[in-house]
Structure formats: C-alpha cells, structure tokens
Write a protein that binds this ligand. Sequence first.
Ligand SMILES: Nc1ncnc2c1ncn2[C@@H]1O[C@H](COP(=O)(O)OP(=O)(O)OP(=O)(O)O)[C@@H](O)[C@H]1O
Length: 376
Amino acid sequence: MRAISPRSIRGEFRGRLGGFALDASFSVPAIGITGLFGPSGCGKSTVLRCLAGLQHLPGSLCEVDGDVWQDDTTFLKPHQRPIGYVFQEASLFQHLTVRDNLMYGAPKRKAGSLPGDIAFDEVIELLGLARLLPRAPRNLSGGERQRVAIGRALLSQPKLLLMDEPLSALDRLTKDEILPFLERLHARLLLPVIYVSHDMAEIERLADHLVLMQAGRVIGVGPLSELQSNPALPLATSRDAAVNVDATSDSYDAAYGLLTLRLDGGKLLVPSAPVPAGERRRIRIAAGDVSLSREAPRETSILNALAVRIVSTSAIGPNEVLVVLALGPAGNGARLLARVTRRSWDQLALAEGLDVFAQVKGVALAPERAISEPPK
Ligand SMILES: Nc1ncnc2c1ncn2[C@@H]1O[C@H](COP(=O)(O)OP(=O)(O)OP(=O)(O)O)[C@@H](O)[C@H]1O
C-alpha cells in the first residue's frame, strides 16, 4: 500500500490535452508558499486546475495533507475539495457589497469557530478591507478588487489556497501595493499556498519552495534558494541569476545607518532603516554582484567580504564562469552564486573545493517580511 504523507502536497499529473503532454510530479510541504514557475505554456495553470479538480486526468494522483483527492479509485469534484482559488482577474458579484462578496462561499458556521479557521476580522485586518466593506465592486480599483477576491477565498476556510497569476493583470504600482498584503498573509497564516507566476521577482519575494516547470514536466522541486543555486537549472544560468537567503537582523549601527544581518555561515552589513534585533528578513544577492578574491580584501570600499568555499563551477558561454559558493569556513552554510570572467578564474587559479573570499557589492533587503517558521 502506498503511504500517504501528512503535511505534504503531492501531485502526479499525467495526460494529454490536445497536442500538449503533461507529466508533472512533485511533493512539497503543506506549509508556506510554493511557487509554480516556468515559461508561458509550460503547464502551470493546468497543474493548478488538476489540483482543484477542474481538470480530470485519469491515472493521476493528488494528495493534500494526508487526504486523497485523486487516485485510481477516487476523484473529488472541485466543490468537494477544500480549496480557495484566486484567478488573474477578480470576478466579484456586482450586485453584492464587498462584505457580502466576502461572505459568499463562507461556511454557515461563524468564521473562526473551528480550530484553524480564519476569522473574518483577521482577514479584514490582514488585507486592509475595513473601509471597503459597504462598497459595490464597481467602485473598487483593480488592486482592491483582487484583495477582496483573496479575502473571499480565505473565508471559504480552505485547506489549500491556489493562486493563478493573481497580480499579472495589475500594473507595476498596484502589484507593489498588493505584495506586502500577500507577505503579511504568508507570515501570519499557516495555510499552504500554491502560487503560479512567470514573474521571478514575485516568486523571490513570496515563495519558500519552488516547483520549476518546462514543457509539461517538472525540472526541479525544493527550497527556493536550493533551486536558484543549482547550476543544472536555468535559474542559476540566467542573466539575472540571484539567490534569496533568509537572514536574521542583529545589531544596528545608527551612526552609519547599517544593519548587521546574520545568515547561515556569515554576517552581512546592509544599509537600512533601523530594524529590531531578531527579525527574520529575506535578502537577495545577485550573482553579478559577487566577486571573488584569494585573500581577505583590505582597504576596499566594499562592506562585505565573506569566507566561502567554492562548491562547483560551470561555464556560461565562452568567457564567463558561474561559481556556486557555500558560506562559512567549513563550507556548509548558505549558498551564493558568483559570475566571474574566465580570465579572472584562470588568473586567480580558482578551483572547486578552494576556500576564498566573496565580495558582495550589493544586497537587496526585502522591505518588510516576517518569514514563517520552516516545517518541522
Ligand atoms: N483543454 C485543453 N485542450 C487543449 N490544450 C490545452 C488545454 N488546456 C491547456 N492546453 C494547452 O496546454 C498548454 C499549457 O497551458 P497552461 O495554461 O497550463 O500553461 P501555463 O504555463 O499556465 O501558461 P501561461 O503562463 O501562459 O498562463 C498550452 O499549450 C495550452 O494551449
């Protein structure tokens, strides 16, 4: 008998849709946000529709947190699956107020009355909806409409929230307005989310885990930073390759406006407004902002020079080398990427396994983000 894994979301979806062949298998933790990422047409929305039961591919498997939604003998219809679904464009009922839209689809019991329920007031507060409650949908901006759609999905008390490119219909400014709301949801709610996007910037801000797709297949599954630093995957070799690392704020130097962040295997100094000690923040370090040196750099204006070990290398084109680095003197801390010229690689006689120094020219600190605890 096949073991059902609690606290995980498992999908094995196979089949043909017209000329498109899907063969996508993954297992991710049933906590936090899992990004489903890949180029247009690779099958992301189809996988989401399979999870929702909107697409039935016989012979497939779907298990969520210990419950079987699909196997050889079971196929739960969409309304039998405890899911919330947020689409690209919010489809609100025009004849209902925002309050009534929010309560549409909510279970008849009082929200918050069962353990694990998301309370009405909490949703209103998290999504900043209080002043919108009496309004009609036609009097809302695109961003406000999408926040209401997210609130409505949450109040249906789902076990899994599916979001299909929820920001892609919005302009840049509106996206930036909504992202902090999504980050707050992520920090405060335990609800697992599968988040489809083809915008890596969104994935980098929100996702804990990633399912990477290409042409109907899953080509990588795992924690975001692991996939970002895997040279066999296209994220690491792309022009704007970067690694996102979760760090903890340490001391703050008010005289220079510099925050010390602790990360697995090292410390970084980042220009920042004051941040209380002990706060978890996500940082982004681009491969192009990391250079290597054999000696500990002295008399340099670069704030951060970290002891690292060279884990692996691969050529990118004829004149560049992608270097995977591990922080810490023992080379077992957080991973970073560096992109150096082949000439520098040869001149410095760099090699895999060597202990060197990584000079980090720029670190982007996420504006404000409490990171949910990783699964036990
Ligand atoms: N019911 C269907 N019949 C035939 N082909 C389909 C059907 N549903 C999806 N497809 C095809 O499957 C492929 C994957 O579509 P899907 O919408 O899942 O991709 P996607 O990765 O979400 O793309 P995008 O980012 O552009 O939304 C596409 O080529 C699409 O035309």
